[in-house]
Design a binder for this molecule. Structure first.
Ligand SMILES: [Zn+2]
Ligand SMILES: [Zn+2]
Length: 309
């Protein structure tokens, strides 16, 4: 359930490996917290353990967004759902994903005799064009096509809100009691000792809040995605390979560090966070350096990293 008393976004990175896990890296999963409303994006193997280690209560999870059906993005889903059933989850859950996600979930749950008592909705998204998959008065989530070996979807979260804040300098000019300030805060007008009226909108500023996050994995370098992720605060873009392996990246439907950084620069995003690293890389420092050479505001995505803004 989203809370309205803060305006924070927090990303928790649960997995940064590509195809196979390693000693220190797990398959893809990101947890996005928008004012205590949790969105899980991709659900690689062991994601439920990763959530458990971070003391994330599964009941809090309302939405799971799957990019594509390669195992490193989806094999954690049956286990997580089965555990939710065993823990007698009651809250409804919605899963978004490409065509086939329904069959994958229903088949694995049926064959493993998993009992799910909560309301589970599975929405298959057309991977060939962009669409708004969730929208309320503050948050819009757009799904858009990526360029991988199989149907693959990126997700962009854009959040807009506004709140009132006192102009303290202006406020200090008036002889106000605490009760007056309380009234002004509630939007009421106050009569001053000299008989004049101070209106709340004279001292309350309207502050607009815009926050955004985009998730792009797995994909080839493709400038068509730029229009969907333009100007976001934080872009996650896969960086499976270093700059020397551009041809391999093209063949495998992935992106190099240099290409991801170029996308970030062209999309004019605030920050780029990397991930989905090939298991050939034990140290990741050179991947970060390559990105920063093109796009200095790059953060190295590593396991358990939290980014708050
Ligand atoms: Zn992958
Ligand atoms: Zn893939």
């Amino acid at each position: 359930m989203r809370k309205n008393n803060s305006n924070s976004f927090e990303l928790l990175i649960l997995g940064t490996s590509s195809a196979t896990p390693s000693k220190t890296r797990h398959p893809s999963a990101h947890l996005l917290n928008i004012q205590e409303e949790l969105f899980l994006i991709d659900c690689g193997e062991a994601t439920q353990v990763r959530l458990f280690n971070h003391k994330i209560r599964w009941n809090q999870l309302g939405h799971i967004l799957i990019t594509h059906l390669h195992g490193d993005h989806v094999y954690g889903l049956p286990g997580l759902l089965s555990s939710m059933g065993l823990y007698q989850r009651e809250n409804p859950l919605t899963i978004f994903g490409p065509s086939g996600i329904k069959e994958f979930v229903h088949t694995t749950l049926r064959l493993s005799h998993s009992q799910i008592a909560f309301d589970l909705q599975i929405c298959e998204i057309d991977h060939t064009s962009a669409s708004v998959i969730l929208q309320d008065d503050k948050l819009t989530i757009t799904a858009f096509p990526l360029d991988h070996r199989v149907p693959c979807i990126g997700y962009c979260f854009r959040y807009k809100d506004h709140f009132k804040k006192f102009d303290k300098e202006l406020l200090s000019r008036y002889p106000l009691r605490i009760a007056d300030i309380r009234k002004l805060k509630e939007g009421l007008d106050v009569t001053l000792p000299d008989g004049s009226v101070l209106r709340s909108n004279q001292v309350l500023l309207d502050i607009e809040v815009n926050k955004s996050y985009a998730y792009c994995s797995d994909t080839r370098y493709n400038e068509r995605i730029i229009e969907y992720i333009k100007g976001v605060d934080l872009l996650y873009h896969e960086t499976t390979y270093d700059g020397a392996l551009e041809q391999k990246a093209e063949e495998m439907g992935h992106t190099t560090t240099l290409q991801a950084a170029r996308i970030a620069a062209k999309a004019n995003v605030q920050k780029l966070v990397t991930g989905h690293y090939s298991s050939r890389y034990h140290s990741l420092e050179h991947l970060l350096e390559e990105c920063q050479g093109v796009f200095p505001q790059t953060i190295l995505g590593i396991e358990d990293l939290r980014i708050k803004w």
